[in-house]
Write a protein that binds this ligand. Structure first.
Ligand code: ZN
Length: 389
């Protein structure tokens, strides 16, 4: 590694001659790329363990929502929180994620649900970059849910959250790289999500879509149509959605419009694990040749999970993904879901030197040792930290 980048890797006997400033002994462990959590809502205030217990006892998502719970409960907590309070609650979560091997993380807004509070969330995400040695990618999730003051007026809400002055501020201050919409019954229709994402794209925010989580609703096809970086969730996917994602792979080929990166399917099995619902059919997507990514979806309502290695263990048991498939899903494919595959997510000369040393002799032992932190060293841009961060 030199200047934060990987310069060479391979068998010791082929190592380039010359003296190294520093040698790190991996002690017989396993070296892998730093993990990339490409879908999280990790900045939030408050806690919703009361809902967790009510769900265990059999109450439905709808019953909890009607009693004032769900996203609106976190929205109320975020709206009254200051930037400093949001940072104080979120930073320990990020530090634990880093200790567990996550070196790059995407964080969404989406709990402010009005202009000032969405900007507050995005500014908190920007400030976190100075406080923790992780690469933090911000997503403007203005279309997460309709707030109470816009009940039955989702179209007006979309207009409010795509006002040119707001989108210009986000673009000018570089507060987000992506825009995201929850395309689902009770959230936003395909048409509303298209309008939201197209207006954001006009200000340089590449689309992402929460798609096909609770029903087959058209979000995946919308993601493919809009050249989105990813379509996320996909529990209720149909054949035509898979075909739409497959068609986006052709964007990698020269001369095929629209040029750009494919739309990556991002699966979030922490949700199904946390809620006890059926997971996405990962094998069907992988067997269709799609570059599946995995993420924690860390959020207070449906996946209070910070650990990507735990997600890899869940993916093994519930999605029948091998440890190697899960590793690619949490590194190279997750980098692609964030438009950073040219620089992150692989041990490759020229790539950023984000690496982990695991205290296991083989990759397969990582997911197999469920719930144990096997990360002994985190190396971020060439700087090594022990994992007692
Ligand atoms: Zn999400």
């Amino acid at each position: 590694m030199e200047s934060g980048k990987i310069t060479w890797f391979g068998p010791e006997r082929d190592a380039p001659s010359g003296k190294n400033d520093e040698t790190i002994d991996a002690g017989g462990g396993t070296v892998v790329p730093g993990l990339i959590d490409c879908h999280t809502h990790v900045v939030f205030a408050g806690s919703r363990e009361d809902e967790y217990v009510r769900k265990i006892r059999g109450e439905s998502y709808l019953q909890i929502m009607q009693a004032g719970g769900g996203i609106r409960s976190t929205m109320r907590a975020v709206r009254v929180a200051t930037e400093d309070e949001l940072i104080a609650q979120s930073l320990p979560r990020l530090r634990r994620m880093l200790a567990g091997g996550t070196t790059t993380i995407e964080i969404k807004s989406g709990y402010g649900l009005r202009q000032a509070d969405e900007l507050k969330m995005l500014r908190v995400i920007a400030r976190l970059r100075q406080l923790v040695p992780m690469e933090i990618v911000a997503t403007y999730l203005g279309a997460h849910a309709v707030p109470p003051e816009f009940d039955w007026r989702a179209d007006d809400y979309i207009d409010a959250m795509t006002e040119p002055s707001l989108l210009q501020t986000i673009a000018r201050e570089k507060l987000a790289d992506f825009a995201d919409a929850f395309c689902e019954q009770g959230a936003f229709t395909v048409e509303q999500a298209r309008r939201f994402l197209s207006r954001c794209a006009a200000h340089g925010l590449r689309p992402k879509v929460h798609a096909e989580q609770l029903s087959n609703y058209g979000g995946t096809r919308l993601a493919a149509e809009l050249n989105a970086a990813s379509a996320d969730h996909l529990e209720c996917i149909h054949d035509e959605d898979i075909a739409a994602l497959q068609a986006t792979l052709a964007r990698r080929e020269p001369g095929v419009p629209p040029r750009g990166a494919p739309t990556i399917p991002v699966l979030l099995p922490g949700c199904s694990f946390f809620l006890g619902t059926p997971p996405a059919d990962a094998r069907r997507l992988i067997d269709a040749g799609l570059p599946v990514a995995l993420a924690t979806d860390c959020n207070p309502g449906s996946s209070m999970i910070e650990s990507l290695p735990l997600i890899m263990s869940i993916a093994a048991g519930q999605l029948r993904m091998t440890p190697a498939e899960s590793l690619v899903a949490c590194t190279a494919n997750a980098a692609a879901a964030l438009g950073r595959a040219d620089r992150l997510g692989a041990i490759h000369p020229g790539h950023q030197a984000d690496l982990l040393i695991l205290d296991v002799p083989a990759l397969e032992q990582w997911a197999y040792r469920v719930g144990v932190n096997a990360v002994s060293h985190v190396i971020k841009e060439g700087c090594a930290m022990t994992s007692s961060l």
